[in-house]
Ligand binder design. Sequence first.
Ligand SMILES: Nc1ncnc2c1ncn2[C@@H]1O[C@H](COP(=O)(O)OP(=O)(O)OP(=O)(O)O)[C@@H](O)[C@H]1O
Ligand SMILES: O=P(O)(O)OC[C@H]1O[C@H](OP(=O)(O)OP(=O)(O)O)[C@H](O)[C@@H]1O
Ligand SMILES: [Mg+2]
Length: 282
Amino acid sequence: MLRIAVPNKGSLSGPAAEMLHEAGYQQRRESKELRIVDPENEVEFFYLRPRDIAIYVSSGRLDIGITGRDLLIDSGADAEEILPLGFARSTFRFAAKPGTASGIEDLKDKTVATSYEGIVDKHLADRGIDASVVHLDGAVETAIELGVAEVIADVVETGTSLRNAGLEVFGEPIMKSEAIVIRRTGADAEEPKVQQFLRRLQGVLVARTYVMMDYDCRVEQLEKAVALTPGLESPTVSPLHNEGWVAVRAMVPAKEAQRIMDDLYAIGARAILTTAIHACRL
Ligand SMILES: Nc1ncnc2c1ncn2[C@@H]1O[C@H](COP(=O)(O)OP(=O)(O)OP(=O)(O)O)[C@@H](O)[C@H]1O
Ligand SMILES: O=P(O)(O)OC[C@H]1O[C@H](OP(=O)(O)OP(=O)(O)O)[C@H](O)[C@@H]1O
Ligand SMILES: [Mg+2]
């Protein structure tokens, strides 16, 4: 049975459970459940604090985990990223009162408050900056107002929290994060159960980002049409009962679907349809 760590609360937990559900796995019904078995899929899910997941996975007791890239790096645990999942996106930034700092060199001899000490310590050490780092559990934006630190380093998603606290980001982003699948460093990459789990999640990612497009076009326009809809491998082209016409079917990125439909129409394609993909194995 594959043992998988899933975030039990916070920004990662809802979207992670939703993705697993879309991939056909049973998920817990109540937020108090800490562990469930999905016997049909031979998987056991452990609902753990997002910060602890890399530690469990690196111990080898759990095969796989879903966590944030920033949390993995912050933990320093012996685990590695094997698949980015595209949700819980954020950047990790330094911020301060406007006009008090403009680059990393301004951190010298200052105090930085953060919940991600591991990331900040390493970032400063790599650049030879001597600053002190104070660990706070959360709501670090308030640390400046209350005089605990001059600078903070924190997760920024929309920037609302910083704006509300009257703070501004400065310097280059420290890192970009999103939800990821991790496993213990050097664990067997070919393990069939792990591969099957990853294929299922990849199927959800593809189903979310692509739509299926069908249309009819004249044979003379086929090359132009196919250039607009090359598909993942190659489009399916079938003859129509009307001579001189073909039906084409190809996957296209959902974001570009409307533009592609306009372009196909402009070259004479008709009966252009898009349909959602519910699941897929590439
Ligand atoms: N708006 C956001 N706030 C917090 N985390 C976010 C946000 N957007 C994306 N994330 C990502 O979610 C993960 C943090 O999740 P979570 O909120 O559960 O952690 P936490 O804030 O450290 O935990 P806690 O709830 O104990 O404060 C990180 O990978 C982070 O990059
Ligand atoms: O850029 P924004 O969209 O405002 O999101 C970022 C904010 O959200 C997170 O806090 P969270 O709600 O997790 O509280 P915490 O600080 O107590 O962890 C993070 O620590 C920032 O404060
Ligand atoms: Mg939080």
